[in-house]
Design a protein around this ligand. Structure first.
Ligand SMILES: [Fe+2]
Length: 170
């Protein structure tokens, strides 16, 4: 995480909890480094477009936390949303509106959708901007927001993902 100070989230406690229960390879394509990059992209865009930084930050570390495998696992988003409901009040606070956005973002993030509230779209874009980690360059037509579709954003995200990919293969 690029910023551990957040009075609404016990980030160290939350990450430790999620890491302890994570079923896949922590250094793999859906592990902590991916969560950190999603958080980086999401917070950057949210500060520009007015999406909820809080929801985007929570989405980043929760959306893939309940995966059973590295592949399709169509229900992992729904499981992530259910997990979030068990953690609110312990590791973070959130209003009912924020929880609704987080649920929608988690549930729909792997279904390829483009339409939704701005915060949900920003969450989905933050995740899709990190496709370079599996060798796929993000394409503007599969991104929701103006901020994500900007060529400079895609170029920077691609470079960030590729640096990780090259390091992870070294
Ligand atoms: Fe993801």
């Amino acid at each position: 995480m690029d910023d551990l100070r957040d009075e609404r989230i016990d980030k160290v406690g939350l990450w430790r909890h999620l890491r302890d229960r994570f079923r896949l390879e922590w250094d793999g394509i859906h592990g902590g480094a991916h969560w950190a990059r999603v958080g980086h992209h999401g917070r950057r865009m949210a500060r520009e477009n007015g999406a909820s930084v809080h929801v985007v930050t929570l989405f980043a570390c929760l959306h893939d936390a309940e995966r059973f495998d590295e592949y399709r696992d169509a229900e992992h988003g729904a499981r992530a949303a259910a997990l979030a409901e068990t953690l609110v009040g312990t590791f973070f606070d959130a209003t009912s509106e924020e929880m609704d956005l987080l649920r929608r973002a988690c549930e729909g993030h792997s279904h390829g959708g483009l339409m939704g509230p701005l915060t949900v779209q920003t969450c989905w874009d933050a995740d899709r901007l990190d496709l370079g980690r599996v060798g796929i360059r993000p394409r503007a037509e599969y991104l929701c927001t103006v901020q994500a579709r900007a060529p400079a954003t895609i170029d920077a995200a691609w470079a960030r993902s590729r640096r990780w990919l090259l390091r992870s293969r070294a």
